[in-house]
Design a protein around this ligand. Structure first.
Ligand code: SF4
Ligand code: SF4
Length: 315
C-alpha cells in the first residue's frame, strides 16, 4: 500500500508556469476537459477557475493492489503537459510514484490533508485484499484494508480510478486467492465514484474532479460510473459500426478486411457490451484500441477478466 497527498495550496498557475505550462497550454487543456464533459468552449474558464481556486480540497491518493497503470497513464500523457497540470492543479503534489520524500514526511502530509478545513477527496487505485483481515496486502505493518477503512469514510468524495478499485479488476479474477474486492465492497457498500478502465482515460479523471469542484458528484449509473463518461457503449461510437451494420466482419487480424476497417466482432470485440467513451476521447487524443485494430476487451465492465474472456473469441 502506498499513499500520496496533495495539499490544496495557493499559486497553482504560477507553479504551472514554472513547470513550463503556459497560460495558453493550460486553457487548451481546460477546453479539452470541457469538451470531454460535454460542455462547450465557454465552460473552459470555469474549468480553469475550478482547478486553480484558492480553497480547493486536498487530495489523498491511495495505492492498493494494482500495477500503477492508471498513474502511468496520467504521467505518460503527452499533450499538453497533462501530468504537470493534473499533479499540480488538483494539488496532487505529493505522489509516491514520482516523489522523493517518504516515511514520516509522508505520514505528516497525510495527517495534514485529512485534517484540512477544506476537507479532502480520496482517490484509490487498486483492489483491496480482504483474506485474513487484509493480511495479504500490507505496508509498514498496516493492511490496505485498514488504511482504506481509515481514510475513505472521512473523504468528501471517493474516486476509484481504474477497474481494480472500482470492481476488483485482475486481482479479483477467479480464483481470487487474496479475496480482493472493490473499495465499495471492502467498506460494506459505501458509495464511490467509479472510473473503470485498464487504464482509465486521464481526461475522465480530470473531468470528474472538475465536475465535483463545480457541480458536485456527477450522476452515476448502476455500476457507480459517471453517466457523463460511461453513458454510451464503445460500439455506439465506433468508426467500424458502419461495417457491423452491413454485416462486414474481419475474418482475421492479418486480413485485407481488417485493414479496410471492417468490424472486429468475430475476432472477439466486446464493444457492444462495454460502456466507455474511448472512441470519442481516445488516449492522448490520438487513438484507441479498436481504431488501431485490436478488439475491445471490455476493460471498463465489472468482472471483465472472468466475464469477457476469452478475449479473442466471439461471445
Ligand atoms: S469493432 Fe467492436 S465496437 Fe466496433 S462496431 Fe465492431 S463490434 Fe462494435
Ligand atoms: S476499447 Fe474497450 S478494452 Fe479498450 S480501453 Fe476502451 S473500454 Fe477498455
Amino acid at each position: 500500500m502506498k499513499f500520496s497527498v496533495g495539499l490544496g495550496k495557493d499559486g497553482a498557475e504560477k507553479r504551472l508556469e514554472q513547470n513550463g505550462v503556459s497560460r495558453r497550454d493550460f486553457m487548451k487543456f481546460c477546453a479539452t476537459t470541457a469538451a470531454v464533459m460535454g460542455m462547450g468552449p465557454a465552460f473552459a474558464p470555469t474549468v480553469a477557475e475550478a482547478l486553480t481556486q484558492k480553497r480547493r480540497p486536498s487530495v489523498v491518493y491511495l495505492h492498493a493492489a494494482e500495477c500503477t497503470g492508471c498513474s502511468e497513464a496520467v504521467l505518460r500523457t503527452v499533450s499538453p503537459y497533462i501530468d504537470a497540470l493534473i499533479l499540480d492543479t488538483i494539488s496532487l503534489d505529493y505522489h509516491e510514484t514520482i516523489m522523493a520524500a517518504a516515511g514520516h514526511k509522508a505520514e505528516e502530509a497525510l495527517h495534514e490533508a485529512v485534517h484540512s478545513p477544506e476537507g479532502y477527496i480520496c482517490v484509490v487505485e487498486g483492489a483491496v485484499p480482504t483474506i485474513e483481515d487484509g493480511a495479504w496486502g500490507k505496508v509498514a505493518g498496516k493492511s490496505m484494508l485498514d488504511i482504506v477503512k481509515e481514510i475513505v469514510p472521512g473523504a468528501k468524495a471517493t474516486i476509484c480510478i481504474g477497474t481494480c478499485s472500482s470492481y476488483g479488476g485482475v486481482q479479483a479474477a477467479a480464483p481470487n486467492p487474496s479475496k480482493a474486492v472493490s473499495v465499495s465492497k471492502a467498506l460494506g457498500g459505501v458509495t464511490t465514484v467509479n472510473l473503470p478502465g485498464c487504464p482509465t482515460n486521464p481526461f475522465n479523471f480530470v473531468g470528474t474532479v472538475v465536475h465535483y469542484l463545480t457541480k458536485g458528484v456527477p450522476e452515476l449509473d448502476s455500476d457507480g460510473r459517471p453517466s457523463l463518461f460511461y453513458g454510451e457503449s464503445v460500439h455506439d461510437n465506433c468508426p467500424r459500426l458502419v461495417h457491423f451494420e452491413a454485416d462486414e466482419f474481419a475474418p482475421s487480424f492479418a486480413s485485407e478486411e481488417a485493414k479496410k476497417g471492417y468490424c472486429l466482432y468475430e475476432l472477439g470485440c466486446k464493444g457492444p457490451d462495454t460502456y466507455n467513451n474511448c472512441p470519442k476521447v481516445k488516449f492522448n487524443q490520438t487513438n484507441w484500441p479498436v481504431e488501431a485494430g485490436h478488439p475491445c476487451i471490455g476493460c471498463s465492465e465489472p468482472d471483465f477478466w472472468d466475464e469477457m474472456s476469452p478475449f479473442y473469441e466471439q461471445s
